[in-house]
Design a protein around this ligand. Structure first.
Ligand code: NAD
Length: 328
């Protein structure tokens, strides 16, 4: 599908990821970008920089109200289905979180069918794999291993697996092209406090700015695959533009970074000589907490030519630069 000249809807348009997808679409010449959000988690501030662009329309709408979607999707070539509850907000409000992630996703597809939308790119998560087994490479054929997961993470994983199944169902049954993207830990400018693993970055920064040391779980050897939001946005737009349909793709760096290394990067960028302290919070909501997480990005490279461009050092530098700019 051509991006230039076409109109796209982003559900959850005021989100971390949605706001960057909007930037990318506009940079690639999209004719219109409709940002639909009910601002239950995100705020209009995330897209305030787009005020005044005649191609952008910000709509207060709810994916749980299908009529809101019928109106917003009219004339759209594609929809980025990004609105959703992450593990933390889902754990706090399972009733609403499950409704949004499951029923809301059904509404998105029904409205696409009604409005003649040609393609959906759905925001899924590597949480769909659950806790990694062993230390082998995880590609899209790996089964979900949810047995050891905390209940909140398990609910989130299941809701994303349902979203992926809806992509395949509507692609096969109704001819709506649909692709699901499984992101790892997304971070970057416009960072929020809702991503359980990205908290290692933003909370460490906040603590260091208060003159307190970063607090790390265990011995700091827990690893995550940190992916910058600009790389995620580019993957979304490439998935919309490409031919693939009915497929799931990892959107990951393939690089394991310990939480200890994250703290070192933050301390270095802040010019601080504080040393991290190691302390477990038994009440913390957790997703994976493994010392090994080898995710494959081969499938999306081969199908769409996507590869990450931002290293974790540069990405955290960009995030901290954004915070400082805002504070100034
Ligand atoms: N951030 C990550 O690390 C990460 C990783 C994997 C997958 N994802 C998925 O990517 C998507 C976006 O993540 P994010 O970090 O940008 O999230 P976010 O919390 O910043 O954004 C979610 C957005 O959805 C909106 N929303 C919630 N309920 C809605 C409803 N009923 N109608 C309309 N809008 C509604 C919220 O107001 C918010 O702006 C989510 O679906 C998430 O599950 C995120």
């Amino acid at each position: 599908m051509q991006i230039a000249g076409n109109t796209f809807v982003i559900t959850g348009g005021a989100s971390l990821i949605g706001s960057h997808v909007a930037d990318r679409l506009l940079a690639e010449g999209a004719g219109g970008v409709v940002l639909l959000d009910n601002f239950s988690l995100g705020t209009p501030e995330a897209v305030a920089h787009l005020d005044g662009d005649p191609r952008v329309r910000l709509i207060k709408g709810d994916i749980l109200r299908v009529n809101d979607l019928y109106d917003a999707f009219k004339g759209a070539a594609g929809v980025f289905s990004i609105a959703g509850f992450l593990t933390l907000p889902l754990s706090q409000n399972p009733s609403l979180g499950l409704a949004v992630n499951v029923e809301g996703q059904v509404n998105v597809f029904e409205a696409c069918r009604y409005a003649g939308v040609r393609k959906v790119v759905f925001s899924s998560s590597i949480a769909a794999y659950g806790e990694p087994e062993g230390d082998g490479v995880i590609d899209e054929t790996a089964p979900a291993n949810l047995a050891g997961y905390q209940p909140g993470s398990m609910l989130y994983s299941c809701s994303k697996l349902i979203g992926e199944a809806l992509c395949k169902l509507y692609a096969a049954k109704h001819g709506i092209d649909a692709v699901a993207l499984r992101y790892s830990t997304v971070y970057g400018e416009r960072q929020h406090y809702r991503g359980v693993n990205a908290l290692a970055i933003i909370e460490s920064y906040d603590r260091v700015m208060r003159g307190e040391p970063p607090v790390l779980p265990g011995d700091g050897s827990e690893v995550h695959d940190y992916i910058h939001v600009a790389d995620v946005a580019r993957a979304n737009v490439m998935a919309m533009a490409g031919e693939a349909s009915g497929e799931v793709f990892n959107v990951v760096t393939g690089v394991e970074t310990t939480v200890k290394r994250i703290a070192e990067i933050v301390l270095g960028l802040c010019g601080s000589d504080l040393a991290p302290v190691y302390r477990d919070d038994p009440n913390a909501v957790k997703a994976t907490s493994s010392a090994s997480l080898k995710l494959s990005r081969e499938k999306i490279r081969a199908a769409l030519g996507w590869e990450p461009e931002v290293s974790v050092e540069d990405g955290i530098g960009r995030l901290i630069g954004w915070i400082r700019e805002r504070e100034a």
